[in-house]
Write a protein that binds this ligand. Structure first.
Ligand SMILES: Cc1ncc(COP(=O)(O)O)c(C=O)c1O
Length: 370
């Protein structure tokens, strides 16, 4: 019965053409789907420090509040110094950070204002929090103000947004959001998963806007993208970490990250600080902008390494056919993006060569015209 039920559910997903399966094709020469924007996951110094970290053991053996608090505080100090904040707290993933931070801070009777395109982990954190939720249209600060005007009675208000949107590479208007948060006495929660290591000389989206961290800004991040390892973090005022250590369930009730991951992540932050890799990435973004634009695949130049090529429903097919060209570049469809805005999500890295971008464009054109 149980098996039958599952089969029926899966068939229904297939009938709606929404079936997903795991990927990881062999023989790929070019990966345009990676979030390893600086190539740090394969950096020798990072791998050496990963190996060094193994001296603590392969696993952390317990949660941070039990036996698992090994080298983790060193990474938290590194992140705080890097971001110019008072204190940071590391989680086992970016997903777990969003879930654990939002659900611990926002309570029943509070109001959360959330961008319509926010990442699923933010959405799930909001659901778990029990707070009231209002969605504002994407990056639309007029709409946000409208909603705030209509909801002045709430004592605690939180504005939450991806700082760089994962599927479009576009940036939230953080300067305006900060002003609005100040004016309406709201806390601003920024998920800088794709901004850290990328924008503001790698320091992230706040730095990009030249905004100094303050008491009412919370930055969430992940170690699994430009940092090249795995894990998540939150950074802000000292009391924030203290509060979360005592209340955030995904932090308290989960085993700490493996110490090797922590050692490797510390090295990644050090390497980013030197500026060489972020410069390389910026140069590649400039080159890709020109090539993608003249191929007609983007209209506007990007300042992040995420490029949505909007091919609509054809995106999945193009993505599958790119494998014949030894290119891995996933197609993204509903429900990850809205119906009608299906896309090939092209992400580039500091390691790419100009010829890679050209080969990608030639291959897509052949498939599209063939
Ligand atoms: C905007 C955003 N937030 C959070 C996450 C989750 O991070 P992680 O992969 O570390 O769980 C992701 C990545 O999937 C993301 O794109």
């Amino acid at each position: 019965m149980f098996r039958e039920n599952l089969k029926n559910e899966i068939d229904s997903i297939k009938n709606q053409k929404l079936y997903r399966k795991l990927k990881g094709e062999k023989g790929i020469e070019l990966n345009f789907s990676t979030n390893d924007y600086l190539g740090l996951s394969k950096n020798n110094d990072v791998i050496n420090d990963y190996n060094e970290g193994l001296k603590y053991g392969a696993g952390a053996t317990g949660s941070r509040l039990t036996s698992g608090n090994l080298n983790h505080e060193k990474l938290e100090e590194t992140i705080s110094e890097f971001k110019g904040t008072e204190k940071s707290l590391v989680y086992s993933s970016g997903y777990s950070a969003n879930l654990g931070v939002i659900s611990a801070l926002c309570k029943k009777g509070d109001l959360i204002l959330s961008d319509e395109l926010n990442h699923a982990s933010i959405v799930d954190g909001i659901r778990l929090s029990g707070a009231d939720k209002k969605i504002y249209s994407h990056n639309n600060t007029f709409n946000l103000i409208e909603i705030l005007e209509e909801n002045k009675n709430y004592e605690n208000k939180f504005i939450v947004t991806d700082a760089v949107f994962s599927m479009g590479g576009d940036i939230a208007p953080v300067d305006e959001l900060k002003k609005i948060a100040d004016e309406y006495n709201a806390v601003l929660i920024l998920d800088d998963a794709h901004g850290t290591g990328v924008l503001g000389n790698g320091k992230g989206t706040l730095q990009h806007f030249k905004i100094k961290p303050n008491d009412n800004i919370i930055q969430i991040g992940t170690l699994s993208k430009a940092i090249g390892t795995v894990g998540g973090f939150v950074t802000g005022i000292e009391e924030l970490s203290d509060y979360l250590i005592n209340t955030s369930r995904s932090f308290i009730y989960s085993t700490a990250l493996p110490p090797a991951v922590i050692s490797a992540s510390i090295k990644s932050f050090k390497l980013i600080k030197s500026g060489e890799l972020t410069d390389k990435l910026s140069k590649n973004i400039d080159i890709a902008n020109k090539i993608f634009k003249s191929a007609g695949f983007i209209e506007e130049e990007q300042i992040t390494p995420i490029y949505p090529f909007l091919f609509g429903e054809k995106s999945i097919k193009i993505s599958e056919e790119l494998l014949n060209y030894k290119i891995f570049c996933v197609g993204i469809r509903y429900p990850t993006v809205k119906k009608g805005s299906e896309r090939i999500r092209v992400s580039i890295t500091a390691e790419n060569k100009k010829e890679d971008f050209e080969y990608l464009c030639e291959s897509i054109s052949k498939i599209n015209n063939g």
